[in-house]
Design a protein. Structure first.
Length: 385
């Protein structure tokens, strides 16, 4: 294997962070929504390398790494492109040194020259998006303020220590970029990422729809109803997250749906500022030539709302609408086969891509169940949007 000549000149591994444009980057590369006369880029076959990220988890099974990394190595050694891109926000949870050891073992010809790229969202924006995401996935279905007490010390919101570990292992080949519009090339994360991958070579980019839109206040209230129903019905957490991901994605793509944007109130914003101001300053000083993260905290303080927004269902939805959402949530469990396998397939269909191997692993009954689930998911989205 080591004697084979790779057709990829350089491997770029995009590790997130979550809620930093990963879906848009993956969509653009997978669907070739860009052009360059001088360079070619190929995305790994899984589009979002969730399995690779999970193989690097602390609790990963002994065979997960041994399965996915050789598959990735086979792709990298046979792909015909100047640059190969591996992308998954799940990789941000990997331990950098262990990840480097896996690259040394399975992709030794790439290990010493691959580049690691990550984007980091300002603390306040990341906290708000995390709340919306956790409601959508059924991991937290209360108001926003109590979430801060449970995750304020979350190591994934403490950026400096985490990204310094990546820099210490990969050196200057680790690139951290601010997920701040003014700090991105063309004020766009996809353009910024392609500029890095192509090492400054010119390219053109097609305008694509927002691939993973954030939920608004009323929509979050609707998702609270939906997920609380799944919890009441005893749906396991792993299945709630997959169903919630499918429904939430569909809510963001209902034509014409408009909603009030979720924002922090002054009191909660001041708590975020006290907790993360020093981390923002350290991260700016170490990785950026401008104080992007600290300035973002200043702007968030200036625009903070005087009072909290409510995401309580009864403040936004009629009792009749709540009952409809509760019923469609039950239908998603009872009328579609309630297994992670089916709902992962639903997510793929809704996002416009289907893994051929995943499709082959579904029998006729399971494909019918997937198709029923897609219809139910879209019905739920229309109710919630």
């Amino acid at each position: 294997m080591q004697g084979l000549q790779s057709l990829i000149n350089n491997l770029v591994i995009h590790i997130g962070d979550p809620k930093n444009g990963s879906t848009s980057i993956q969509k653009t590369l997978a669907e070739a929504l860009w052009q360059s006369g001088n360079r070619s880029v190929v995305l790994s076959p899984n589009r979002n390398e969730v399995a690779l990220g999970k193989a690097m988890r602390k609790n990963a099974g002994p065979n997960e790494k041994a399965k996915r990394f050789p598959e990735l190595a086979d792709w990298a050694r046979s792909a015909d492109a100047d640059y190969g891109v591996v992308s998954s926000e799940f990789l941000t949870r990997a331990k950098p040194r262990e990840f480097k050891e896996a690259l040394d073992q399975y992709l030794p010809e790439f290990s010493e020259n691959c580049r690691i790229v990550a984007y980091v969202r300002p603390h306040a924006d990341r906290f708000v998006s995390t709340y919306a995401q956790r409601v959508k996935m059924g991991l937290f279905v209360q108001d926003m303020a109590p979430l801060f007490d449970t995750m304020g010390a979350d190591r994934f919101l403490t950026y400096h220590k985490r990204f310094t570990r990546w820099r210490s292992v990969f050196g200057e080949r680790f690139v951290l970029r601010p997920f701040v519009r003014e700090g991105l090339r063309d004020q766009d994360v996809v353009s910024d990422f392609l500029h890095i991958v192509l090492e400054g070579e010119p390219f053109t980019l097609q305008q694509a729809d927002n691939a993973n839109q954030s939920l608004g206040v009323r929509q979050i209230a609707g998702m609270r109803v939906f997920q609380n129903t799944l919890i009441t019905e005893g749906v396991p957490k792993v299945l709630r997250t997959i169903i919630g991901g499918a429904v939430g994605y569909s809510v963001g793509h209902v034509p014409g749906a408009k909603d009030e944007k979720l924002a922090l109130d002054r009191s909660l914003m001041e708590q975020v500022d006290r907790r993360f101001r020093a981390d923002a300053r350290q991260t700016d000083d170490t990785f950026f030539d401008s104080p992007w993260l600290e300035n973002a905290l200043d702007r968030s303080l200036e625009k903070a709302r005087p009072e909290p927004q409510s995401t309580q269902p009864l403040d936004h939805l009629t009792s009749g609408k709540i009952k409809e959402i509760e019923q469609i949530a039950k239908d998603c469990v009872t009328r579609a086969e309630g297994t992670p396998k089916i709902w992962r397939a639903v997510n793929s269909v809704l996002r416009g891509y289907v893994d051929p191997q995943e499709a082959e692993n579904l029998n006729a009954n399971q494909r019918h169940a997937r198709d029923r689930a897609v219809v139910l998911c879209e019905q739920a989205a229309r109710l919630i949007a």
